[in-house]
Design a protein around this ligand. Structure first.
Ligand code: ATP
Ligand code: MG
Length: 315
């Protein structure tokens, strides 16, 4: 089967504070620049698995932009959807870990090249060649991007394609009101919903702390596949009449950023390719584990062979 997956959103470089609790309010050392951006990591992981992958984004006419395009292109992503804007700078993010679970960001996105991505940058003929579209909640930080997402959804749906959505909530972005409104719109078209367990409360679902009730409500809303990421504890899958819970692969955590993106890309790709749900979940867990084993958000994307090797070692 021909698996073709498109996504859209931020493409940036990331700088990572060398020390835990380093923060941003005094001088310190950073690793980077690393290629980054949740949709870009997702697209890179899809391509590394050997499937057709397309990313729509914008970079500036600078070295950060060149590095990002070169990396994605090397890994097999179709970069025809990436526009180089002459008068803008490639986006950037600074991250500092407080602990493995908690991190702070400073984003330079709305005013960067990827923040200027709009519906006008979507090449409709190009997008029509792809039958699945993935949305990252972290990309919904401006009206322009939300507009572009809406246009992409309508093109892919019109074409009989499917949609996946990872809310990927960053606390730094929750103030953006357009974002929560867009969540509601996107959920109406979502076939695969991929929140992490900590994000479930956000979806107006906090009246119930019972996961199965929350999931039942999502199914009723028309979302066929709900996949819940649980960090080191692995992941679960719920459809109306099936549920599967698959444990994760314990690894040493070097840099947790990117785990969810690699997990989602692997699950969606392999599910569409016809893998059974437990098998797709196990491979996705392994992809998440490999992601956190490498420093840098996109440095831990992996091939199917690398994923299978980790599974062999751990089984
Ligand atoms: P992100 O920080 O990228 O947004 P997320 O919150 O969306 O991540 P997580 O649940 O943190 O998603 O990670 C996705 C998957 O990666 C998990 O379901 C699991 O398979 C794997 N994973 C994440 N953290 C660990 C860990 N500490 N040990 C083993 N596997 C992990
Ligand atoms: Mg995530």
């Amino acid at each position: 089967m021909n698996i073709t997956i498109a996504t859209l959103g931020e493409l940036l470089v990331e700088f990572l504070a060398k020390k835990e609790n380093q923060g941003f309010s005094s001088p310190g050392e950073f690793w980077g620049p690393y290629p980054s951006g949740a949709p870009a990591i997702f697209a890179d992981q899809v391509a590394k698995l050997g499937f057709r992958s397309l990313l729509f984004s914008c970079v500036g006419n600078d070295a950060f932009g060149v590095m990002n395009i070169t990396r994605l292109s090397r890994d097999g992503v179709n970069v025809q959807g990436i526009s180089v804007l002459p008068n803008a700078t490639t986006g950037s993010a600074f991250v500092s870990y407080r602990s493995q679970a908690q991190r702070d960001f400073i984003f330079n996105m709305p005013d960067s090249a990827c923040g200027l991505l709009s519906a006008d940058h979507l090449d409709e003929a190009l997008l029509r060649q792809y039958s699945h579209f993935h949305i990252m909640g972290s990309s919904l930080f401006s009206f322009r991007l939300i507009d572009a997402v809406r246009k992409a959804i309508s093109i892919v749906k019109e074409n009989g394609g499917t949609i996946s959505f990872d809310p990927n909530i960053r606390k730094e972005m929750l103030k953006i009101r357009e974002m929560s409104q867009a969540f509601e719109y996107i959920l109406d078209y979502t076939d695969f919903f991929l929140p992490s367990d900590g994000e479930l409360d956000y979806f107006g679902l906090s009246k119930s702390r019972d996961e199965e009730k929350i999931v039942a409500r999502l199914h009723k809303r028309g979302i066929a596949h709900v996949i819940i990421k649980r960090g080191a504890r692995g992941a679960s899958y719920y459809s109306k009449d099936e549920q599967h819970h698959v444990a994760g692969y314990p690894v040493e955590v070097v840099d947790p950023t990117g785990a969810g993106d690699c997990f989602g890309a692997t699950f969606v790709s392999l599910f569409l390719a016809g893998y059974s749900v437990p098998d797709a979940l196990a491979h996705a867990n392994a992809a998440g584990s490999l992601a956190i084993s490498a420093r840098g958000p996109m440095e831990g994307t992996s091939t199917l062979e690398q994923i299978k090797e980790l599974m062999r070692q751990q089984n």
